[in-house]
Ligand binder design. Structure first.
Ligand code: NAD
Length: 487
């Protein structure tokens, strides 16, 4: 049986890559081969950037309201294909179908917000800055931008950027993750359906070579990146060298702080979704559960948390009864197992061992883990410090909120942090003092909506302007000031 090979989308055409290197895309739940994805060549990257560059002059002169109409059509097509889009995400990534529906919905919301561009791109002006002289600030698109995407939200993440970039009048090239390239391929089928002028959006499959090619290309105006911290640092440095605008959203190790007055029974659904949703492969996932209070409070919180984690059903995400899917590939599982072994060697106590598989149905175990809970974790341990990106919770203790905030600050990351409490003073201190881009108060997954910027601090973000919302409109435009006098 011939295997479907994904194509690139360049200048409004689907084209076969000329590479002889292909990555096999395997459904992590069932082990079946889904397709092969090309590690495209430098010439293919060059062709995509050239098509974008050639499309730019006409596209930037297309009125903003007409550019927005393409996005309105895209929203319609996405809604019509909502189920199919969600199924593709589950098949290539492993997340549950419900999680994929959430991702599809969030992706559509990005396009909805981006379509407000005739308003959000407006500048400002003042008459009579001096007698008979007026001054205007106008925002203009710059040219070709790109996105280098991670594996974990294969549909949504490029939509944090692409619709805003093209709404502003730029043109765009996406490089999907080589681990999960099918969801973007589906998105590009829809972009093709809406009939955008050739070259406005392009997609080139591949890995680091294509990503580095973006940063080296003289016609590339800016790069958006979402992925791990070591690669984000490389991207940020390289964009500095080559003079590109850059947004680099990076890794995380998020704390959830439980205060003694927290309504733990009401909080549990939110906590469990935060730690184990998407099998822990979320940059906004809870990773460290930090309990403040005496022994009785601690035991009650942790016993409830561990019992709820143990009750999660694990299996193929397409099965509606399943609450957690596999991790995305066998390498991820092996990496997580190694980190768990290191944690045990450092003295942490594994009180729920997700290595003992308990799956719904008869499935290959290569990519599966059940939820794990470690107790007796201390701030200097690797379990507390390093991003595991899997269904593993590290439980820690603090005597009071001040100590808890010090512990939150002991990790190098600052993507999100949440506090569960009924005490407004504690919540206010937490939001004020904690160095993290997204703060939750009785909210476990602090995911900003499309009309707010996606924050991140410390080793979780490199750049100034963020993805989404008004920030990204500024990122994709240059402000020009005009001062005019008429004699
Ligand atoms: P990754 O860093 O391995 O890969 C991300 C992208 O970078 C891929 O497209 C990959 O092909 C490319 N890449 C890999 N090595 C490269 C190199 N040396 N040079 C140039 N490009 C390279 O990340 P991943 O494993 O796909 O995604 C998971 C990571 O992403 C986690 O660390 C997670 O926290 C992070 N993430 C962050 C956010 C956020 O908003 N902060 C959101 C989602 C995921």
């Amino acid at each position: 049986m011939s295997v479907n090979r994904l194509q690139n989308y360049i200048n409004g055409e689907w084209v076969d890559s000329k590479t002889d290197e292909f990555v096999k895309i395997i459904n992590p739940a069932r082990g079946e081969l889904l397709c092969e994805s090309p590690m495209s060549t430098k010439a293919e990257l060059d062709a995509a950037v050239q098509a974008s560059q050639e499309a730019f002059p006409d596209w930037r002169n297309t009125p903003a309201v007409a550019r927005a109409r393409y996005l309105h059509r895209l929203i319609e097509v996405m809604e019509e294909n909502f189920n199919e889009l969600s199924i593709v995400q589950t098949r290539e990534h492993g997340k549950t179908i419900d999680e994929s529906r959430g991702e599809t919905r969030r992706g559509i919301e990005m396009v909805e917000v981006a379509s407000g561009i005739p308003t959000t791109m407006q500048g400002f002006n003042l008459e009579d800055i001096a007698h008979g002289i007026d001054e205007y600030a106008i925002y203009q698109p710059l040219g070709v931008f790109s996105c280098i995407a991670p594996f974990n939200f294969p549909f949504m993440v490029p939509l944090w950027f692409l619709p805003f970039a093209i709404a502003c009048g730029n043109t765009f090239v996406v490089k999907p993750s080589p681990r999960t390239p099918m969801s973007q391929t589906k998105l590009f089928e829809m972009l093709d359906d809406v009939g955008l002028p050739p070259g406005v959006v392009n997609m080139v499959h591949g890995g680091a070579e294509i990503a580095n090619g973006f940063m080296e290309h003289p016609d590339m105006k800016g790069v958006t990146f979402v992925g791990s911290t070591p690669v984000a640092k490389h991207i940020y440095r390289k964009c500095g060298e080559t003079g590109k605008r850059v947004i680099a959203q990076a890794g995380a190790k998020n704390f959830i702080v439980i205060m003694p007055d927290a309504e733990i029974d009401k909080a549990m659904v939110s906590l469990i979704a935060s730690f184990f949703g998407n099998a822990g492969q979320r940059c906004l996932a809870g990773a460290n559960l930090l309990v403040v209070g005496d022994d009785k409070t601690y035991r009650s919180v942790v016993d409830k948390f561990r019992d709820a984690a143990a009750a999660i059903t694990v299996g193929d995400g397409l099965d509606e009864s399943v609450q957690m899917g596999p991790v995305q590939n066998a390498e991820s599982k092996q990496r997580i197992l190694k980190m768990m072994e290191k944690g045990i060697a450092e003295g942490a106590k594994l009180t729920l061992d997700g290595r003992n598989l308990n799956l719904v149905g008869d499935l290959p175990g290569d990519c599966f883990l059940n939820p794990s809970v470690f107790e007796n974790v201390t701030p200097e341990m690797s379990l507390a410090q390093d991003e595991i990106f899997g269904p593993v919770a590290s439980v820690m203790r603090a005597g009071d909120l001040d100590e808890a905030i010090d512990i939150v600050h002991s990790v190098p990351f600052g993507n999100s942090a949440a506090i569960f409490t009924n005490n407004g003073k504690w919540a206010r201190q937490f939001q004020h003092d904690v160095v993290a881009g997204n703060i939750g108060v009785n909210v476990g997954i602090v995911a900003p909506m499309a009309f707010f910027p996606f924050g991140g601090m410390k080793d979780s973000f490199f750049g100034i302007l963020h993805g989404q919302g008004q920030d990204v409109v500024r990122f994709f435009t240059e402000c020009k000031v005009v001062i005019s006098r008429w004699f």
